[in-house]
Design a protein around this ligand. Structure first.
Ligand code: SF4
Length: 307
């Protein structure tokens, strides 16, 4: 386990007093960056099949997915409580009544203590946030915004279909509600980003003092635009050691109270093109821990309140 950072497992144990497992589901949403509203191509690395094995059971009703996830978490991790994570695609991209119906599925499970909703920063508004906050009296409520980088040139290259300002707007709107925790997703190793660009993302996001952050190494999934770019020899993903150095540098710049929900990636081998080290999550975590110890450093060591 990675030392010297504020791990999600530690946060959950403090918060709930028991082991909590996050159940990822695919609630059948689409994404404006794939259905043609913004673009038909999606982000160049996007293929939600690679994001979670749960996507493979996406054809099941939401309740069944949750029940299976709970059973798995109990069996494999001896978890006692659960957070339901609406993970695949854009989970606020539907009319309010449809959203409510889907989110309400969690109410059928007494061991569920949390609701976490993954979305794009340009797919949120006050009414949706009010709906999400309405679960707060009964559940811990998180919203997870996919951002990936603060640099608009990168967002454009990867075809995100939004800019950094959209993210800031979403954060401010969310913060008007006191009971929604905010997590941001970033990717380390995006095409054309320098070490300086990546650490700048860390500094700027660090200063926002968000509740949580998920950091992923970029990985190339079969059938994506990024695979084409890679096969043409126009892009090389990071080697494990380079990723480890950047991940530690990133965490040194993040506020110490921000919970690190993720620092590696999961991708089933059959969907992965490169880099193959992604499949050995424990090795990556071990190396990050080693690096922290070697450098005698910790999350937030280089955090600065002002830029
Ligand atoms: S926003 Fe998410 S679901 Fe939509 S195209 Fe990008 S990665 Fe895929």
């Amino acid at each position: 386990m990675v030392a010297n950072m504020y791990k999600f497992s530690e946060y959950l144990r403090k918060r709930f007093g028991v082991r909590v497992y996050k159940v990822s589901i695919d609630a059948g949403f689409s994404c404006p960056n794939r259905d043609g509203s913004k673009s038909k191509d999606g982000c160049i690395y996007c293929d939600n099949r690679g994001f979670s094995f749960n996507s493979r059971i996406a054809s099941l009703p939401i309740e069944e997915q949750i029940a299976k996830g709970i059973e798995f978490g109990k069996r494999r991790f001896k978890a006692q409580k659960f957070i339901v994570y609406f993970q695949a695609y854009t989970n606020t991209y539907a009319p309010l009544e449809v959203l409510k119906k889907k989110y309400d599925a969690i109410r059928e499970f007494e061991d569920v203590v949390g609701l976490s909703i993954g979305t794009r920063p340009d797919c949120i508004n006050g009414k949706i946030l009010d709906l999400i906050e309405s679960y707060a009296p009964d559940y811990e409520v998180w919203i997870e915004y996919g951002l990936q980088s603060i640099h608009n040139k990168t967002l454009e290259f990867v075809n995100r279909g939004h800019v950094y300002k959209d993210f800031l707007k979403a954060v401010n709107l969310t913060r008007e509600r006191k009971n929604i925790k905010i997590c941001v997703h970033v990717i380390i190793g995006l095409p054309h980003e320098t070490k300086g660009d990546i650490l700048k993302t860390a500094e700027v996001l660090g200063r926002l003092r968000l509740d949580g952050i998920k950091i992923h190494p970029i990985h190339i999934i079969k059938g994506t635009k990024l695979e084409e770019i890679y096969k043409k020899g126009q892009y090389k993903p990071l080697e494990l050691d380079a990723y480890v150095n950047l991940a530690v540098g990133f965490l040194e710049r993040v506020w110490s109270e921000t919970v690190i929900q993720r620092i590696t990636a999961d991708c089933p081998r059959e969907f992965l093109v490169a880099p193959m080290w992604i499949v050995d999550k424990n090795k990556a975590l071990g190396k990050i821990e080693e690096k922290f110890l070697q450098m005698n450093t910790f999350q937030g060591r280089l955090y600065q309140e002002r830029g």
